[in-house]
Write a protein that binds this ligand. Structure first.
Ligand SMILES: O=C(O)CCC(=O)C(=O)O
Length: 211
């Protein structure tokens, strides 16, 4: 079993939870999904600005304008959202179990950060209230370049911890940490393993309660 580092109560960093071969296969899947017909897009947020990351949602689409989940890419091209493959959902459940938690995800947000990519501080709170109340975790998997991931408290101003999420790392945050603010301060270009067929960083976040 990979090691578990407690970042906060019920927020666990699992370094190298994905074996190198698993990372390579997942990288190939991410590339194929992103380059496919309902592939990468850059979300435009409510304020009008473009996010600094490319995205594809699987299972349900997260609308960056309404902060709601939906069946089509309503804030982009109107295409139907791609299904969440069963093996990816099982992978998320396996990683949650390694952190002592449970998830039956119905959505995965696949993020692609290139050099200069980042994601502002936010809470993941658009899932169904009963899921949030039950503390069903977010399962995050990273592939490629290391990210400086920032996690804080339940308001924006509370002190923050920086976690370096490297290729193959998992981060599971549920229970008492489900609604912590978090974001990606920066990507460290060139730090990912070679042979993955892409530059930058993929991050997959699995969630339950989007339907
Ligand atoms: O890329 C990451 O590690 C975080 C992604 C994230 O916070 C999100 O998709 O809500």
């Amino acid at each position: 079993m990979s090691s578990r580092i407690e970042v906060y109560p019920d927020a666990l960093h699992l370094p190298a939870v994905l074996a190198p071969g698993e990372q390579r296969r997942l990288a190939a899947r991410c590339l194929a999904i992103g380059r496919g017909p309902a592939g990468w897009y850059v979300p435009r947020v409510r304020g009008g600005g473009l996010m600094r990351v490319r995205m594809v949602c699987l299972g349900r689409h997260w609308n960056a304008r309404t902060y709601r989940y939906e069946a089509v890419r309503g804030d982009h091209d109107g295409r139907a959202v791609l299904p969440l493959p069963a093996d990816l959902a099982e992978l998320a459940a396996r990683v949650a179990a390694a952190a002592g938690m449970r998830i039956e995800p119905d959505v995965c947000i696949l993020n692609y950060y290139e050099a200069g990519g980042r994601m502002g501080l936010h809470q993941d709170k658009d899932e169904r209230p009963e899921t949030l109340d039950a503390g069903v975790p977010i399962v995050s998997l990273s592939i490629g370049d290391t990210a400086r991931f920032v996690m804080g408290g339940f308001t924006r101003r509370e002190p923050k911890t920086v976690v370096r999420l490297a290729s193959g790392d998992g981060l599971v945050f549920g229970g008492r940490s489900r609604l912590r603010y978090h974001g990606v301060a920066s990507i460290l270009p060139g730090t990912g393993p070679s042979g993955h067929g892409f530059t930058g960083r993929f991050n997959l976040t699995f969630r339950q309660g989007a339907t």
